[in-house]
Design a protein. Structure first.
Lengths: 186, 186
DNA sequence: CCCAGCATGTAAGAGGTTACATGATTGC
DNA sequence: GCAATCATGTAACCTCTTACATGCTGGG
């Protein structure tokens, strides 16, 4: 149930419409939590009914009237409660790892494009993060900035780790290319 | 739909009952993909109906008869197809990052126990991986072993990154402890 | 005139979690 | 006798994804 809280934080940072939130979940916030607009609208409606957020309807300007949500006192209280409540680190679920172990029963070389694609993706993300780092987090930071920077830093660390691992995995897979045996269990 | 494939790989590595698979998903396989027994039984039933796997019923020994599943030709074909099909690196979803950004609107010190818990969890996992590493992956490795080792290495890299990041985050949070202002937006 | 962007949603289905349910065997 | 382990599942519920649906405004 953490999408609720991600939206609360997002709305505290800046009151927004569902549409705007959806766009932010495709960029900045999306780097550590992603969600589609369908999900977002549903959760916003639920939270409004619960009184966690309030909508200010801005009529006239747009086709369906724009609704700008902001966090109400109960929403703030709920966020505060959730912040102090312990959560276990989430279990990993990575299809690529399954594929690697599965490659032992197929031709490992078929994974090469996949791994290269992953490497490229992680390299791109790392570059994007580095740009944000120099642009937004140089010099002295206030408390909010410092916290945001910690989040960005986790992303940087993470992507760099992935990148290095991809290189290593590619080397290992390529070293298999020499021998022509196709399966370990034919 | 990747649990199907995780189970196929697992059954190729060793034909098993649903119960055994569930236990392995709580340990070795669970390090990169977790699933409950309820899920596993459902997917096994579906895959058996689809002809991907076959069950050998071992009657008599246990209360509900034990069913040992192994992968049939169509299952192998499906796995092969999936291995070559591209998948995007999955989007991150980390509640801890949401909490960090949320802490700017609350007392950041309340996150300390959570972060310490995370640090401890990642430290424990790292230790567990290191033990597996020395025990199972020393010396020369065949192809299957080399692939498994790559998976383990990603886990090690990952946990080490988390660990270092946790230390860093704890230091930053503690540095806030000096000033007593409670909220950025009161 | 058309397309991109803004803005809202509904609906069906797949996947995942939590709780419930049963029953034999083995070791203490 | 009791608890742990082996072994199978069902049911309710929630979340997430994918597809569908509508309609205005502004720029080229």
């Amino acid at each position: 149930m953490a999408l609720d809280h991600a939206l609360l934080v997002s709305l505290l940072e800046k009151p927004s419409s569902g549409y705007e939130l959806a766009r932010r979940f495709d960029r900045s916030i999306g780097y550590f939590w992603h969600a589609t607009h369908q999900q977002i609208y549903k959760v916003l409606a639920r939270m409004e009914e619960a009184g966690w957020i309030v909508a200010e309807v801005q009529a006239g300007a747009t086709a369906p009237d724009r609704k700008e949500y902001s966090v109400a006192a109960p929403g703030r209280a709920e966020l505060s409660r959730w912040l102090a409540a312990p959560t276990d680190p989430e279990g990993t679920r990575d299809a690529l790892m399954v594929k690697l172990r599965g490659a032992a029963f197929d031709d490992p070389a078929r994974l090469l494009p996949e791994l290269e694609h992953h490497r490229a993706t992680h390299a791109n993300r790392l570059t994007a993060y580095r740009i944000i780092e120099t642009r937004d987090f140089a010099g002295t930071l206030d408390r909010q900035r410092a916290l945001q920077y910690m989040v960005l830093k986790s992303g940087i660390r993470f992507e760099q780790g992935w990148l290095e691992w991809c290189e290593e995995a590619l080397e290992v897979l390529r070293s298999f290319g020499q021998d022509q045996s196709r399966r370990t269990t034919p």
